[in-house]
Design a binder for this molecule. Structure first.
Ligand code: OAD
Length: 246
């Protein structure tokens, strides 16, 4: 079947890389963005989370950001079997890297070592003036207590250390992700609608002369160029794949 074909391609491959999205973490209780019960379909408007909005109305931004944080990370969050399967594949030498659009930190928590976070990490904040990075939770606690917007010791505005709409991706990380995609023999695009640029274009770069596999409930713009397409649950497909590579 399709998982067998994918497993054989990985056995033959010199380099296998995965690109993950919000679908990896829905089984951990974090809603995705554009799926059936996605964040952008429910109570939130992506326009409120643009960099322009942060800069013009940082206090209002932080109020909305707290609500978004509660909706996404309100319950206790742990990695699920899909994150674990990718970590297992890496530990067995079957996966070189995980490139992720997720900001939840769950790949590292599951034991993945080579992780490229294209959209930053929601557990951190960054100062817009001095660039200092720190833990987000104490800052969220200050915001809950009424400090809006929260500021750095230097006086600069603190921003969640995630890529907001309208912001550029961290250049070095994106360049490395593009290189990994280009050089991979097998590229697994899993749990992502693949609709947000520039991450969404990595499968295209990879498919030019590599084996592209897509696993996502909803169809993606890259299904046509993929050698394997599975509109199935990542928490079933990835553990099954890892088991066949054991
Ligand atoms: P999306 O919400 O766009 O896509 C997630 C996809 O996962 C959807 O197409 C779902 O059908 C699918 N899905 C959900 N659970 C699944 C499961 N258990 N098995 C298989 N498929 C499942 O999320 P991303 O593609 O990650 O950007 O979105 C990309 C970026 O858009 C995010 O990083 C975020 C967002 O706005 C920033 O924060 C910058």
């Amino acid at each position: 079947d399709a998982i067998d074909r994918l497993a054989s391609a990985i056995r033959r491959a010199e380099s296998t890389v995965a690109l993950t999205g919000a679908g990896l973490s829905t089984a951990s209780g974090i809603p995705d963005f554009r799926g059936e019960e996605g964040i952008w379909n429910a109570q939130f408007d992506p326009a409120d989370f643009r960099i322009e909005r942060f800069l013009s109305d940082p206090a209002g931004f932080w109020t909305d950001r707290l609500a978004l944080h509660e909706a996404m990370f309100g319950t206790e969050i742990e990695p699920n079997v899909a994150h674990e399967a990718l970590a297992t594949m890496e530990s067995r030498g079957r996966l070189d890297a995980v490139i992720t659009q997720n900001t939840d930190g769950l790949h590292a928590a599951a034991g993945s070592r080579e992780v490229f976070e294209l959209h930053g990490n929601a557990h951190r904040v960054v100062c817009m003036d001095c660039g200092h990075r720190g833990d987000a939770e104490p800052v969220r606690e200050r915001v809950r207590g009424g400090e809006r917007p929260p500021r750095c010791d230097c006086g600069g505005l603190l921003k969640p250390d995630v890529v907001l709409f309208g912001e550029l991706l961290p250049e070095a990380i994106m360049a490395e992700a593009q290189r990994r995609a280009r050089e991979s023999d097998v590229f697994l695009a899993v749990g992502s609608s693949l609709t947000v640029e520039p991450a969404g274009s990595l499968p295209k770069i990879a498919a030019r002369d590599g084996f592209l596999a897509v696993c996502n409930f909803d169809p993606t713009p890259h299904d046509d160029r993929a050698a394997v397409v599975l509109h199935e649950d990542v928490t079933e497909v990835l553990p099954a794949l890892a088991a066949r590579l054991a």
